[in-house]
Design a protein around this ligand. Structure first.
Ligand code: FES
Length: 460
């Protein structure tokens, strides 16, 4: 059995999504739904019951987390996509299909433990937990209702068209509103058509930004400072809000650009199409990034500044452009270099804000950090799965990652590294230590070394 969480931590919602990863087989990621069913109010000495079921419908592999039944009314859930029912106790469905369920136990007077989802025993560990009913974020502060209504009236009919719509949204608030609507329609099963080549708009070249927002080259924005003054924290919050806004664009760009990527060749033309798990994971990322942008810009406003009033850089989008030809390159650079770098820097920023007495900003950054571990884990999951599905011979994911960085990233992959959180997301030191990007002497030396190792049969 593996430890999930203190029971008291699961009291905020009847439904939680638990993200897990195998430690010995880092490409093995799972998502499990844990339900709490409270006893009848009149029952004496009764305790809540817990159920768990794989967050993947056995019909088409779509997420079950927005099921159609309140679990407090009975241990049955209904998949929102095609209405198949699944008993939470056995996973059985009247359709004859069966979803995986996992035994749960309350131990030590208040700890929830779970049977691990794979056949690797207790090697699994929990890397993130979120309540399904969690507050996505506050209302966007600068989006007029009429703006949102007119956008919704024009809404597209496929997930890919929706993603492209998000990219060209006229304001950050409209972008956030569109992402929330897209995710809600997808999760409820109302929007399940992936793409329609006849009616989907072409993929935009870049996300829309209002001309009033001054964009400069990366490295030319004002220095952030050490967070000791309000001005320094304002610069930090503004820079992070900018990163989160581009992170929304990147998540929907992954889907809108790569939804038809075939998994068995490096050029994405052979094998089966990348699955619904990819779409579901990156919609979740887009939803989280929209939440992050909102809470960061709200905090910014509390400190007297609005998003867009300082200059910003578009370094993340430059990386998106440089990796637009390949899903492997995209995941390597965006998820496993840029997002992983956030895991390194966030704890320092949180500490500095707290040391300056700004508990509110520290708490906002903590919310962001907890979600980013799962985002890196998603990138790791799909990168390693793509490597494993290459034909005729699977690729070694670490070797491939390092080659992608040398080809498509500029400069060194810099530490100091947050080894613990990187490891939770799947990245051991062999992925990133001593790694440099394109054009550097270190990159050339690394290529020679790894080519020699491959020639000597040391790597798959
Ligand atoms: S019933 Fe769940 S995906 Fe079809």
């Amino acid at each position: 059995m593996i430890f999930v969480a203190p029971v008291a931590d699961l009291a905020d919602s009847a439904r939680h999504v638990v993200a897990l990863r195998s430690w010995r087989n880092p490409s093995q990621h799972d998502s499990v739904l844990v339900y709490r069913r409270d006893p009848h109010p009149g029952a004496l000495n009764a305790q809540p019951e817990f159920y768990s079921i794989a967050n993947e419908c056995p019909h088409l592999g779509l997420p079950l987390e927005d099921d159609g039944v309140d679990p407090r009314t009975g241990p049955v859930i209904i998949c929102p996509f095609h209405n198949l029912d699944f008993g939470l106790d056995t996973g059985a469905s009247s359709s004859g299909m069966r979803a995986c369920t996992f035994a749960l136990e309350v131990r030590n007077g208040g700890e929830l433990w779970m049977e691990p989802p794979g056949d690797l025993g207790d090697d699994y560990r929990v890397i993130g937990i979120r309540s399904v009913s969690e507050r996505a974020s506050s209302s966007p502060s600068s989006c007029r209702p009429s703006q949102v209504v007119s956008l919704i009236l024009l809404l597209p009919r496929t997930i890919v068209a929706y993603c492209r719509h998000v990219l060209v949204a006229p304001t950050p608030a409209a972008k956030v509103a569109l992402v929330r609507r897209l995710v809600s329609l997808f999760r409820s099963g109302t929007l399940s058509r992936l793409a329609d080549p006849l009616t989907d708009p072409p993929h935009p070249f870049e996300p829309y930004r209002a001309p009033t927002v001054k964009t400069v080259a990366s490295g030319q924005t004002a220095r952030l400072g050490r967070g000791g003054s309000v001005e320094s924290r304002v610069r930090l919050l503004h820079a992070l809000a900018n990163i989160e806004l581009f992170a929304i664009d990147l998540a929907v760009d992954h889907i809108g650009r790569f939804f038809d990527w075939r998994v068995a060749s490096l050029d994405g033309r052979e094998g089966k199409r990348i699955g619904w798990g990819f779409v579901g994971d990156f919609l979740k990322v887009a939803e989280d990034e929209a939440k992050h942008f909102t809470i960061l810009s709200e905090r910014l406003e509390q400190l007297g500044c609005t998003y867009g009033s300082l200059s910003v850089h578009n370094g993340l989008w430059e990386s998106a452009t440089q990796t637009s030809h390949s899903l492997l390159s995209r995941l390597a650079i965006v998820a496993l270099v840029h997002e992983a770098r956030g895991l390194d820097t966030n704890p320092t920023q949180i500490r500095r804000c707290r040391a300056a007495g700004d508990e509110e900003t520290a708490r906002v950054l903590e919310i962001v950090h907890a979600d980013e571990i799962c985002h890196v884990a998603f990138g790791h999951r799909h990168f390693t799965a793509l490597c494993a599905s290459q034909l005729p011979v699977p690729l070694d994911p670490v070797t491939q990652f390092r080659a992608e960085v040398r080809a498509h990233f500029f400069g060194a992959v810099r530490g100091p590294f947050n080894e613990a959180d990187r490891a939770r997301a799947g990245l051991g030191g062999e992925w990133y230590e001593g790694l440099s990007g394109r054009g550097s002497a270190a990159a050339r030396k690394g290529e020679e070394k790894e080519a020699a190792a491959r020639g000597g049969g040391k790597e798959a």
